[in-house]
Design a protein around this ligand. Structure first.
Ligand code: DCS
Length: 465
């Protein structure tokens, strides 16, 4: 009998080709060890609540009321919920057509998209059109929707930073496109060199690949660098010259741990550059409720904003989004709250500021503790985490470790991370999962373990050296 369509040998080869290291071999081994009773610290995923970060009170109060609207009719509701949370819940319920149990428009609730547009305008100083903003189930879904629209087949290339977050490599593989790497400069704090970009494009075109888009991750994952305004200008000019769509992954825009390079959006820099570039370069920017001091990864809320994308293309993206009917509605409300949080004078303002500042300041200290801890290890060098949630130290593995890995049939950094896991229970991701230069090895860990556990974790890292 011929194989059935879902027999392994006959399924879509592109599915088999996909690799996603953040939940790969290391994660699977860590889960096994956990089942056997070993205490595991999961620093493989940027999943703050899983490592003890508390949700912010105000947004959860609002969403709780939206989920259980009958509480709004309870005469005691005001004893449990602050009046501004009650008012906000009523506001969001009034924007839905039937509450959280009803599908929304496939682009998201219009009133929330308007709040996102107002946030972007406040942030950048330029108008933003709610019609060009789509709400999504996390930023991942948005990235997939856009890459799906761009990639027509193997001959289409997308420039991706290396090291990169494997959402990009995996999605490009799944859609059958070609990933064109451009290497970030580790010795320049993971900066982006435009000459590397030109070289990457020239080489790809020589191979007959139509390079159509470029991805930037700012702040970087796994590399943690923040792009300067000058660098963003160079990138946008390059996209203009080379006729590339820019995908601006800005999910870590709240996670900044230094003052020299505050976050600046690609949209703002594009608009600052003026015509013709500001009218020509096609840009799609992504954001999420999963990161920042929100860390609401499980809620799956995101948005993307399109700039200079023709209405007919927007309609096609809308049509394809409609196949999934509606993004997750509770997360849309969280997104509304994220872009429109309590204001000075509101009852919940002070508590909101106290909680959010507390998380961000602790992350800043943890970024420092981790970088310093790695740089105190023998045979490790590590750039400072300027932003995002990760540390990406380089491991100077001795030849005998590389030999031992080879004997075991493993990539050396996978071998090292497995050893680290067995010895300490710390579950990291090998650098090879993100891409790195030939012969250089890294690991990625999040900076998310509780601050009080951090010194002990760094001692554990030092022991394995
Ligand atoms: N873009 C980047 C750069 C990310 O790091 C992530 C998540 C996403 C997009 C997608 O986020 P959401 O779909 O949740 O909005 N980062 C993963 C990571 O590297 N560790 O944890 C999750």
């Amino acid at each position: 009998m011929s194989p059935k369509a879902l027999d392994y040998e006959s399924i879509n080869e592109k599915v088999k080709k996909v690799q996603y290291a953040v939940r790969g071999e290391l994660y699977l081994r860590a889960s096994e060890l956990q089942k056997e009773g070993k205490k595991i610290i999961f620093t493989n995923v940027g999943n703050p609540h899983a490592l003890g970060q508390k949700p912010l009170s105000f947004p959860r109060q609002v969403v709780a009321l939206c989920q259980a609207p009958f509480l709004l009719d309870d005469p005691n509701v005001g004893l449990i919920f602050p009046a501004d949370a009650i008012a906000k819940a009523k506001h969001y319920l009034s924007l839905t057509s039937g509450g959280l149990g009803a599908y929304s428009d496939s682009r998201g609730i219009p009133g929330v998209r308007k709040e996102v547009a107002e946030f972007i305008k406040r942030r950048d100083g330029y108008p933003s059109d709610p019609e060009l903003i789509f709400l999504t189930d996390g930023a991942s879904k948005g990235v997939q929707q856009i890459l799906n629209t761009i990639i027509r087949g193997e001959g289409d290339g997308v420039l991706v930073p290396v090291p990169q977050y494997p959402l990009y490599s995996a999605t490009i593989a799944l859609f059958g496109g070609s990933l064109i790497p451009y290497y970030l400069e580790e010795t320049e704090n993971w900066g982006l060199n435009v000459n590397n970009l030109s070289q990457a494009v020239t080489q790809a075109r020589y191979k007959g690949i139509a390079v159509r888009a470029m991805v930037i991750i700012n702040p970087g994952n796994p590399t943690g660098q923040c792009l300067s305004e000058a660098n963003l200008r160079q990138i946008l000019r390059f996209c203009f010259q080379e006729n590339l769509v820019l995908l601006g992954d800005e999910v870590y825009q709240q996670n900044i741990y230094q003052d020299e390079r505050p976050f600046i959006s690609a949209k703002k820099v594009l608009m600052d550059m003026g015509p013709p570039i500001s009218r020509e370069v096609q840009l799609v920017s992504f954001h999420t409720v999963s990161k920042g001091y929100w860390g609401e990864c499980g809620q799956r809320g995101g948005y993307f904003e399109m700039t200079n994308i023709p209405p007919k293309t927007v309609d096609e993206i809308y049509k394809v989004a409609s196949i999934s009917l509606s993004p997750n509605v509770p997360a849309q409300i969280l997104m509304g709250l994220m872009v429109n949080p309590p204001k000075p004078g509101d009852i919940s303002y002070e508590q909101f500021i106290r909680e959010s500042k507390g998380i961000l300041e602790s992350l800043r200290r943890r970024a420092r503790l981790m970088t310093d801890g790695f740089n105190n290890c023998r045979n490790v060098v590590c750039n400072f985490t300027e932003g995002a949630m990760y540390s990406f130290p380089q491991l100077r593995l001795p030849p005998r470790a590389i030999e031992a890995a080879k004997k075991d049939g493993k990539v050396p950094d996978v071998f090292y991370c497995l050893k680290l896991l067995e010895a300490t229970g710390i579950s990291t991701v090998p650098g090879s999962g993100f891409g790195q230069k030939e012969g250089v090895f890294h690991l990625r860990t999040t900076i998310l373990p509780a601050e009080e556990d951090m010194p002990e974790i760094m001692v554990q890292f030092q022991k394995v050296q």
